[in-house]
Design a binder for this molecule. Structure first.
Ligand code: URA
Length: 235
């Protein structure tokens, strides 16, 4: 992983500590050290691993990758006019980072489950690219009995959704009960699970993402996250 060497004021601002102007004040006040020595020049470039603020090492200077159990009712948009956001669960400093912490793909407001959050834009692009084909497993309950023909149809790669150019990629359906199923997708179109079932006359009543690639929620409670190593998806 490349570690960009940044000016001290920029480094503190990008990691969400304060504004660049405030960082200059912190440095002048002697709150920042580099390799144990007080930093006296806010324009100085420093290896983040050697920088401390008030004696503490920097907060995740190399980046963040979080596995969140998204609760119902929160949106993945950054626009707070759309409702309470998943980012509001995070500590204020993480919400002020630049690049900002964002979700890798999205879950609807009415969907719960495994959501990855990161400030690593390369990871967002790679894991949401259709060519990467990361399997994502959803558990859905629906309002009518599931027909046995649904599995072969979803697996066929011919299911055409309204207003889409391309049919859906083959998806695996495992029927768990008369109105409950697990669906594995390798793409992430807008409201895809709900639209796939709706195209066959079933309304999705509850939707939960149980897995993303090799990652599972385990017993992580809703609203909590755990940190993942940045190389979790290393090629
Ligand atoms: N498909 C949906 O319909 N909603 C989600 O949140 C995720 C996949």
């Amino acid at each position: 992983m490349n570690k960009p060497v940044r000016r001290l004021d920029q480094l503190l601002a990008n990691l969400g500590y304060c504004s660049r102007r405030e960082a200059r004040g912190w440095i002048e006040a002697g709150r920042v050290t580099i390799a144990g020595e007080p930093a006296d020049d806010f324009g100085r470039k420093a290896d983040p691993a050697t920088v401390r603020v008030d004696g503490e090492p920097l907060d995740h200077p190399d980046g963040l990758l979080l596995l969140l159990h998204k609760p119902l009712g929160l949106v993945c948009s950054h626009d707070d006019r759309e409702g309470p956001r998943v980012y509001d669960l995070l500590p204020p400093r993480w919400r002020q980072r630049n690049p900002q912490v964002t979700s890798i793909g999205r879950l609807d407001k009415d969907t719960s489950g495994l959501l990855l959050l990161t400030d690593q834009s390369e990871l967002v692009h790679r894991l949401t690219s259709p060519k990467h084909k990361v399997p994502k497993i959803y558990r859905a309950t629906v309002d009518t009995d599931l027909s046995p023909g649904l599995g072969p149809l979803f697996a066929s790669g011919t299911l055409q959704l309204k207003d889409e150019q391309e049919p859906c990629a083959p998806a695996q359906l495992r029927i768990l009960g008369p109105r409950e199923a697990e669906l594995t997708l390798t793409e992430g179109r807008y409201h895809q699970v709900r639209r796939m079932f709706a195209s066959q006359g079933c309304e999705v009543l509850t939707l939960h993402r149980a897995r993303f690639g090799h990652l599972e929620l385990g017993d992580l409670p809703a609203g909590q996250w755990r940190e993942l190593p940045l190389d979790t998806f290393a090629a």
